[in-house]
Design a protein around this ligand. Structure first.
Ligand SMILES: NC(=O)c1ccc[n+]([C@@H]2O[C@H](COP(=O)([O-])OP(=O)(O)OC[C@H]3O[C@@H](n4cnc5c(N)ncnc54)[C@H](O)[C@@H]3O)[C@@H](O)[C@H]2O)c1
Length: 306
């Protein structure tokens, strides 16, 4: 979709972080934007903070197909059409333990939002895009899982790997149909070095009651891992900068305009990991690339032991 001006975009998980930045970038392109998010107060704040007649916020739960249909209808009611869907909403469940020890509600919450949330988005929007033979779907994955998993982080990379396969199948089926609708996978990344300081670091925040784990500590809210990560890096003699989210948004806009499927800013580390994985697969050798020092992936007990 080369021409973005006047087009209508829905961005899930748009109350903050990368989703809000993508919404702002779309508005700067002259697009009309619906920010959709499950948390009402931050969503209202984001909408009034940005302040545009071409913007509305719609409370949406991506785990519900009906909710996404209502958001699609709200976009069409307000702006007359819908052309772009950014399936951006996701959570980190803050699961503890090993992959065989995680609470099943952590799995269910993660699957419902990070995987079914994308599928609900496709089911609710793609028929409309195909019928008008114009549109683009951006599904957000992560280098963690989308390319190679950080083994210690378990659930999250499982969901982000699924996003890649869903989007590959979507692309293949759209091409098979001969549709002009297209799709990209966004791997949030920036040209500037540094971490993307967003709510995803606050794993476990806003956990809906149906996914409670049954202990007050586990269900009382999120645990902000960002400060912890920055402190650990500092202790290791590394000052980690905060990267501008506008660069992720630019990557997203550019990928829609150029119809770029793999929307990422490659790094040397990522390239090496991808090569190592492919080599391991082709030569049927153990996945040694998974054994790496990783500040973020270390468990709390390991941290405490240091
Ligand atoms: N920040 C990073 O370093 C990073 C790296 C790679 C990938 N990502 C991905 O980028 C995307 C955006 O995340 P972010 O970093 O901006 O985090 P974020 O937590 O700031 O944004 C995610 C948003 O999704 C919303 N959300 C959660 N559950 C929802 C539901 N059921 N329905 C609707 N909205 C819901 C949250 O309220 C939040 O506003 C996610 O898909 C995330 O996995 C982020």
């Amino acid at each position: 979709m080369e021409q973005l001006e006047g087009k209508v975009a829905v961005v899930t998980g748009g109350a903050g972080g990368i989703g809000k930045a993508i919404g702002e970038a779309f508005l700067a392109e002259g697009m009309k934007v619906v920010l959709a998010d499950i948390v009402k107060a931050p969503l209202d704040e984001a909408v009034s903070d940005i302040g545009s007649d071409d913007l509305i916020g719609v409370v949406t739960d991506v785990a519900s197909y009906d909710s996404l249909c209502a958001t699609r209808d709200a976009a069409i009611d307000r702006f007359g059409a819908v052309h772009v869907l950014c399936n951006n909403a996701a959570i980190g469940a803050g699961a503890t333990g090993h992959i065989w020890e995680h609470h099943i509600n952590d799995w269910e919450w993660s699957m419902d939002v990070n995987v079914l949330g994308i599928i609900n988005g496709l089911n609710a929007f793609v028929p409309t895009l195909i019928a008008q033979d114009e549109g683009h779907v951006v599904n957000t994955s992560s280098g963690n899982g989308g390319f190679t998993p950080m083994a210690a982080t378990g659930i999250y990379p499982v969901t982000k790997a699924a996003v890649v396969t869903i989007t590959e199948c979507l692309w293949g089926q759209l091409r098979d149909l001969g549709s002009r609708v297209s799709t990209s996978i966004l791997f949030p990344s920036t040209r500037s070095p540094g971490v993307m300081a967003t709510g995803i670091w606050n794993a476990g925040a806003n956990r809906p009651e149906r996914y409670f784990r049954g202990t007050p500590e586990a269900d009382s809210g999120g645990q902000d891992a960002l400060q912890d990560y920055l402190d650990r890096a500092r202790k290791a003699g590394q000052e980690v900068p905060i990267a501008p989210l506008s660069e992720v948004a630019e990557l997203c806009v550019d990928s829609i305009r150029r119809d770029n499927f793999w929307a990422t800013v490659p790094t040397e580390r990522q390239t090496n990991l991808l090569h190592a994985r492919l080599k391991s697969q082709l030569e049927q050798t153990p996945p040694d690339y998974l054994i790496e020092e990783n500040l973020m992936a270390k468990s709390a007990s390991e941290r405490d032991a240091e």
